[in-house]
Ligand binder design. Structure first.
Ligand code: SF4
Length: 476
């Protein structure tokens, strides 16, 4: 999954300034509530977790604030996928340290994958930190905050085999009121040799599908028009009904959610080439509201490197999956994740990755240099032997190739009309709306009176860059 940053500046506007409701819908007076400020780093899973944390805190006399300077509790929900992600958090802690010196009563907490990876070392290395809480221990926050109030440090980094937070109603942060994430499972059973996720998020467990359907229905009834089903590897979603013993696969879950309402768009991320079977593709082809877009990380275009990465598929298998998508969901856009400069990668093997990008015709990709992560299989078995400047040069070539392919891919859309869900104002001008096609391509187009975020429009594409399409609204 791809790293970004967000914070509680963008809380669900509809909840600003009103009294806060806890799960029992009892009104609580604002004034008595302490304030928390949360920053999320890393993948969409972390964003979604921050919304779970916000819900747990709102049930114990906290409310979110936009202003870190006035917060009683400052939380960083962290990522550990690359060294740089952790460095970013350490730099942020330097800034927060200055604030805390000015306001010693402020409580500082580190959540997420970096908390899980470093555990109590983080408390030893970062004296300003009062709380260290792993991704499976958020229910313990009220208790841990009590310990901090008593003058102790709070730490819980226990991983769980069954925690899915299925009964917790997320508080929508970063919300545009139109699109939302729903996590359908936690953890990962794959052991890709470069990846820390299995160590920081634990073993795979799938959430009860009926809680997912009710969360999605609740969102639709409250004006949301698109949900993204989240998991490290959604294709291995599997839930068995405790009484009927009926098995719910990802394809079955996708259909249940698609049947909620034809105006509710359904997306999902992240797929795994090894587990992505045709049944999911046939369900996508059957329901217009399941978006024609698949994020299918390849990581490398070379089979020897894929085996060192322990990705459990080779280039031929991956190509077969792409062909299956092209056959069963012909208008589907595909994106990927790519690592440059993995241990022992040769120039020829790097060329295989470049050729895969153009063959697969990805609409976009997340591209990174290999970053050795402590404790992973690769760190234990292989030497990180590709010099930094070669890693950088290979990454630049991959980025250049992808941007060339993306431009060709998006340019082919010129002259075509797409159904677009209006998400809000364009970043560049509030005379324009932004929204995405079912293929997850961002489209910018002039506003028209009477339209608002959450409406669907038909947009004729008139121009393209490698990242964005531009067009104008045309009649249905
Ligand atoms: S599938 Fe591999 S890369 Fe993805 S989260 Fe699991 S171990 Fe990490």
């Amino acid at each position: 999954m791809n790293p970004t940053v967000s914070n509680s500046k963008n809380i669900d506007e509809s909840r600003q300034g009103e009294a806060f409701y806890n799960t029992d819908s009892e009104v609580i007076n604002h004034g008595n509530l302490k304030q928390f400020y949360i920053e999320s780093y890393g993948c969409s899973m972390n964003f979604s977790d921050s919304e779970i944390v916000a819900s747990i805190l709102s049930d114990c006399q906290y409310r979110p604030t936009r202003d870190i300077e006035s917060a009683d509790l400052v939380l960083l929900n962290t990522c550990s996928i690359r060294e740089k992600a952790e460095d970013t958090v350490r730099q942020r802690l330097r800034v927060i340290d200055k604030m805390k010196k000015r306001r010693p009563g402020m409580t500082v907490g580190v959540l997420g994958c970096m908390a899980e990876r470093l555990k109590k070392t983080l408390l030893e290395e970062e004296k300003l930190v009062d709380l260290v809480v792993g991704p499976d221990a958020y229910r313990d926050l009220p208790n841990l905050l009590g310990q901090v109030d008593d003058g102790d440090k709070g730490i819980n980094v226990l991983l769980s085999r069954d925690e899915t937070y299925a009964d917790i109603n997320p508080v929508r942060l970063e919300s545009n009121g139109v699109t939302a994430f729903i996590s359908i499972m936690r953890g990962c059973d794959n052991m890709c040799s470069f990846c820390v996720v299995p160590f920081t998020r634990g073993r795979e467990r799938s959430r009860d599908p009926f809680t997912i359907v009710s969360e999605a229905t609740h969102l639709f009834d409250n004006g949301y028009r698109e949900i993204t089903l989240l998991g490290q590897n959604v294709d291995s979603y599997k839930w068995i009904h405790p009484e009927t013993h009926e098995t719910y696969s990802f394809a079955k879950l996708l259909e249940l959610v698609a049947l909620i309402h034809p105006d509710l768009r359904v997306r999902f991320s992240t797929s795994h080439p090894k587990d992505m079977l045709d049944d999911v593709l046939y369900i996508m082809a059957r329901y217009e509201n399941i978006c024609s877009y698949i994020h299918l990380p390849i990581q490398s275009g070379n089979s020897r490197i894929l085996s060192l990465m322990n990705r459990t598929y080779d280039r031929a298998w991956y190509e077969d999956r792409i062909r299956a998508i092209r056959k069963i969901v012909p208008d589907c856009a595909i994106s990927s994740d790519i690592i440059a400069g993995f241990c022992t990668e040769t120039e020829e093997e790097h060329q295989d990755t470049l050729s895969m990008i153009s063959w697969a015709d990805y609409s976009m990709s997340y591209m990174f240099k290999y970053s050795e992560r402590p404790g992973t299989l690769a760190a234990r078995k292989y030497t990180d032997d590709i010099p930094e400047e070669i890693k950088q040069r290979r990454l630049s070539e991959i980025v250049a190739m992808q941007s060339e392919v993306s431009l060709k891919n998006l340019t082919r859309d010129i002259g075509h009309t797409f159904k677009v869900l209006i998400e809000g104002d364009s970043k560049k001008s509030n005379l324009d709306f932004k929204g995405r096609s079912a293929q997850n391509k961002m489209i910018i187009f002039p506003k028209q009176p009477g339209l608002k975020p959450g409406d669907y429009v038909q947009v004729l594409i008139e121009s393209a860059t490698s990242a964005t399409l531009m067009g104008r609204i045309v009649p249905n």
